[in-house]
Write a protein that binds this ligand. Structure first.
Ligand code: ZN
Length: 136
């Protein structure tokens, strides 16, 4: 699989505006990017912690999977994302090992990444993303 590091840890929040001050004023991190991913119906805010990012996810509508997550579980850890050399290859390797996938093929995520998710039922309860930089 060749995971190089944890690319990001994603946390579901009801409101970026309410959540960001904790990260900035208490933890002393700097929000360097806010990006809407229309495809996933979320607005994201990013902080760097070494080479790992914290990604806050706010739903942009009721149909967002993040809105459903907040409804069921409340705010908190949403997923962990591992950096791999090639998301497609990682997904194929998981499929070969009969790990249930949410994404059979990579799709575009925030921050110029190609992403794919494995199902939390197959990963010990943690929604797990695999990602690599978008290649041109
Ligand atoms: Zn992610």
């Amino acid at each position: 699989m060749n995971i190089s590091h944890i690319e990001h840890i994603a946390i579901a929040v009801k409101s970026l505006e309410t959540a960001i001050p904790y990260y900035e004023n208490v933890l002393g991190l700097k929000c360097y990017n806010i990006e809407e991913v229309a495809d996933q119906k979320v607005k994201t805010a990013f902080f760097k912690v070494g080479q790992t990012k914290i990604e806050l996810l706010e739903p942009t509508c009721e149909e967002s999977t993040i809105a459903k997550f907040l409804e069921n579980k409340g705010e908190g850890l949403h997923h962990v994302a591992f950096a791999v050399p090639d998301t497609g290859e990682a997904l194929n390797e998981l499929a070969e090992k009969e790990i249930r996938l949410i994404d059979k093929a990579p799709r575009a995520g925030a921050e110029q990444l190609m992403i794919g998710f494995a199902h939390p039922k197959a990963t010990g309860g943690v929604l797990t993303e695999f990602c690599c930089p978008k290649k041109d």
